[in-house]
Design a protein around this ligand. Structure first.
Ligand code: GDP
Ligand code: MG
Length: 436
């Protein structure tokens, strides 16, 4: 999906001005991309129509940067389509009862464990896991393994073949033993069948949960939507959990499900491990789908770590051509505070894809830091004075080679020039320089 949308939006991003034909053409591409990602036809069509209306209504064509505005419109509309705001989970009731539903293999058991772990650590709750998958003997065992892993008690009755009874007994057990959240894991079949639907509907009716969550594998695309519809008709569930959103999973399911069943996506699963759980953020998902990287998270992290005052001082220095190696060192330290290089690069728009297979070394800065530390204060502010003998001394002091010192000096020089150009607002000049 991202590739296609990238292409569609690229048309607009590249253009200084766009025409009405351009808007229509682009939206056609966007629609095709959505359809390819298993978004259902009606949703995709409504989506592009809304964006078009808004684009024309806001006079996109006459604004300074129509491409940017279109990207924003598409993004905002996608966000809206996936629910707009982050939806919370209802933790009322004593105990809170949470029922898992969904097909076999969707990730119910895994997610039950993740949620228990999440509530335990983040919300200081005392959860109890309940094994109501009575058909596969291995299923009860699987939940026990999960429970052991995260240190959460698992309630099971291996001899009992009545899931309604088990669930009711578990809730009584929770009340007696001070558990304030009961998470009921249930059985699923590979496809929807009447017996399974009746069974989960009976459990649902008997225990009257605060939260009924529908767990669905994001990789199943349009099928996920159909399954969601059937489960919703029987259970009128409260929220959706989208699992397996790690790797290259397409975002189509997230877009369609919300609009077809009108229930919020509450959590996502992003891996097999117990901590691979996230609250669902529609705006971030829209960003991700649009291939813009997780810009919001990056900015948030940067804001936490980066002192604005510092940034302003730095800008002044750059403007006056006073940016030296000390400032450079400072920058490296700021970046390092923000997390691992790999994480950061992954969040840069466009870079995530390009650099996916490049192995980024978190120690990449070590040599650079050592070289700068071996410079005298004067050398740091006036790199021009670093001649051959100084280079030798620095290389020796930092345990590197003259070649490495030369390389850093050259890179620093290029970077300083580039920064000057950015300051002058010469975006084009910079692009030219980079092209060379
Ligand atoms: P259930 O039949 O609905 O209980 O599904 P399980 O919890 O047993 O999960 C089925 C398979 O999907 C297991 O191999 C899990 O490890 C895997 N799985 C579950 N959630 C995720 C996820 O978010 N990402 C990935 N990559 N795998 C997952
Ligand atoms: Mg299971």
């Amino acid at each position: 999906l991202s590739d296609k949308l990238d292409k569609a939006l690229h048309v607009l991003k590249g253009h200084g001005s766009i025409t009405e034909v351009n808007v229509a053409e682009t939206l056609k591409e966007v629609r095709r991309a959505l359809l390819d990602a298993d978004v259902n036809f009606k949703t995709a069509k409504e989506f592009t129509n809304t964006v078009k209306e808004k684009a024309l209504g806001q006079n996109v064509l006459t604004t300074l940067q129509p491409g940017q505005l279109m990207v924003k419109l598409v993004k905002d509309e996608l966000t809206e389509l996936m629910g707009g705001e982050t939806a919370g989970i209802n933790l009322s009731g004593s105990p809170t009862v949470i029922l898992m539903s969904g097909l076999q293999g969707s990730g119910k058991t895994t997610f039950s464990g993740k949620l228990a772990n999440y509530l335990k650590t983040k919300k200081t709750k005392k959860p109890l896991l309940v094994a109501c998958d009575i058909y596969r003997p291995a299923a009860i065992n699987q939940l026990h393994v999960v429970g052991d892993q995260i240190g959460v008690e698992v309630y099971s009755e291996p001899e009992n073949k009545n899931p309604v009874q088990i669930a009711q007994n578990a809730i009584a057990h929770a009340k007696q033993n001070g558990f304030n959240v009961v998470i009921v894991d249930t059985a699923g079949r590979l496809a929807i069948d009447e017996a399974m639907m009746t069974e989960i509907a009976n459990v649902h009716k008997a225990i009257n949960p605060q939260e009924t969550l529908f767990v669905v594998d994001a990789m199943t695309g349009q099928d996920a939507v159909n399954t969601a519809k059937t489960f919703n008709e029987r259970l009128n569930f409260d929220g959706v959990v989208l699992t397996k959103l790690d790797g290259d999973t397409r975002g189509g399911a997230a877009i369609s499900i919300k609009s077809v069943v009108d229930k919020p996506i509450k959590f996502i699963g992003t891996g097999e491990k117990m901590d691979a759980i996230d609250v669902f953020h529609p705006a971030r998902m829209a960003d991700r789908i649009l291939g813009m990287g997780d810009v919001v998270s990056l900015v948030e992290r940067a804001q936490e770590q980066f002192d604005e005052e510092e940034a302003r001082k730095l800008q002044k220095k750059i403007a006056k051509n006073q940016f030296g190696f000390d400032d450079f060192l400072n920058q490296i330290q700021q970046v390092k505070k923000m997390g691992s290089m790999k994480d950061l690069v992954g969040m840069i728009p466009g870079a995530g894809k390009a650099l996916k297979d490049v192995d980024i070394d978190d120690d990449a800065f070590k040599g650079i830091e050592a070289i700068i530390h071996s410079m005298t204060p004067k050398e740091r502010t006036e790199p021009a004075i670093i001649n051959g003998s100084r280079k030798k001394r620095i290389a020796k002091g930092s345990g590197t080679s003259v070649q490495q010192v030369n390389q850093l000096l050259k890179q620093f020089d290029q970077m300083s020039k580039m920064m000057k150009m950015m300051q002058g607002g010469g975006g084009r000049k910079m692009m030219q320089a980079m092209g060379k």
